[in-house]
Design a protein around this ligand. Structure first.
Ligand code: OSB
Ligand code: MG
Length: 369
């Protein structure tokens, strides 16, 4: 399939409610959408870099620059016979994983449409529906967070993840357990602690959490190994795992017992698949993380989460948890049993609503222009 041309769009969608983590507060979702044209078809992908380099080093600005100046010029005019041919083409460009992942997702969408198969089928998915949860941010006070949790449990979510940071951790988790009993509960620190705070983190062992996500440095796997040796609760790494090889090293060191897979953080769906397979071979459960994706990025995550070793609920919620109006039709909805159905239509399995995409576009470019 010859990739003829591309369109980039920076979009901004107001969030239904602000999302605060240990690294900052977001009120608007920004990202770069990649649209590729080939053989009368078009494929869509999302580079979920945010406005500021807080979760990782990328931003919408860096993603745009790298896509426009480096990645797309390498791809356009080329004939590919499989999306897996893309990562080797851009391997010499260091990092910029989210920018690469946006293009790779659009390629998968194109190839799946051409073969008339769903993305889940192309990736080797085995589930018709995926178990999901909701990720809730830091709130001005604990009562507000408890009300949010109650609201989402009421909507049918059966796993709750809460963001923690020093000063918003053990007491908050205790209040959640006191109020809601034995719900499936996990926490995410986004690198807010140091190994010196191990005694405090050990207090979390009393609350039967599914896991503690990324307590220490975003580039660390050594201190995490020391911490895991002192904790009963499994550590799950997110930020620290940016390649499948990082996963191997972290598992060799004992830095974690669970891995959060975000294809965008790893540089694309192919690296996501490789990380999944590696963990599966070593008996390590994985789950699908999220980056507040629009429906375009979410659709790809749903397909990936249908693979067999995704054994814990995903950070994939219905469109209405994030946006008043998503940019895909139909929007993603939650089933009564707390799952999201994996679409079986060709490609992403949802239709991109061009009208809504246009309305939230703040910058666009055609390549070549
Ligand atoms: O660390 O998992 C994270 C959102 C933005 C950046 C980092 C993270 C998150 C989430 C939200 O936890 C997951 C989602 O619902 O998309
Ligand atoms: Mg995380």
């Amino acid at each position: 399939m010859r990739i003829e041309r591309a369109e980039l769009r920076q979009v901004e969608l107001p969030l239904v409610f602000p999302f605060e983590t240990s690294f900052g507060r977001e009120e608007t979702k920004s990202c770069v959408l990649v649209r590729l044209y080939a053989g009368g078809l078009e494929g869509w992908g999302e580079a979920p870099a945010a406005g500021a380099p807080l979760y990782n080093e990328e931003t919408v600005g860096t993603a745009w620059h790298i896509l426009e100046e480096f990645i797309l010029p390498l791809l356009l005019g080329r004939d590919l016979s499989d999306p897996r041919e893309f990562p080797p083409l851009v391997r010499h460009l260091r990092r910029h994983h989210m920018a690469k992942a946006g293009v790779e997702a659009a390629l998968w969408d194109l190839f799946c449409q051409a073969q008339r198969i769903s993305l889940a089928q192309a990736l080797g998915g085995t589930r018709r529906a995926v178990d999901v949860g909701v990720s809730l941010g830091i709130e001005p006070d604990v009562e507000t967070l408890l009300r949010r949790i109650e609201e989402f449990l009421g909507r049918g979510y059966r796993r709750i993840k809460v963001k923690i940071k020093p000063g918003w951790d053990v007491t908050v988790v205790r209040r959640i357990r006191d109020r809601f009993g034995g719900i499936r509960l996990q926490v995410d620190a986004n690198s807010a602690y140091t190994l010196a705070q191990a005694p405090l983190l050990r207090e979390l062992d009393d609350f039967d959490l599914l896991l503690i996500e990324q307590p220490l440095g975003e580039d660390d796997i050594v201190d995490h190994a020391a911490l895991q040796a002192q904790l009963r609760t499994p550590i799950c790494l997110d930020e620290s795992i940016v390649t499948p090889d990082d996963a191997r090293k972290a598992l060799d060191l004992g830095s974690c017992r669970v891995i959060n897979i975000k294809a965008a953080r790893l540089g694309g769906l192919t690296a996501g698949l490789q990380t999944h397979d590696l963990c599966r071979a070593r008996g390590i459960p994985v789950w699908c993380g999220g980056l507040l994706e629009t429906g375009i990025g979410r659709a790809a995550n749903i397909a990936l989460a249908s693979l067999p070793n995704f054994l814990l609920p995903a950070d994939l919620s219905a469109s209405d948890r994030y946006f008043h109006e998503d940019i895909i039709d139909p929007p993603v909805t939650l089933n009564a049993d707390g799952t999201i159905t994996v679409p079986d239509r060709p490609g992403l399995g949802f239709t991109v609503n061009l009208d809504r995409v246009r309305r939230c576009t703040v910058r666009s470019a055609n390549i070549p222009s």
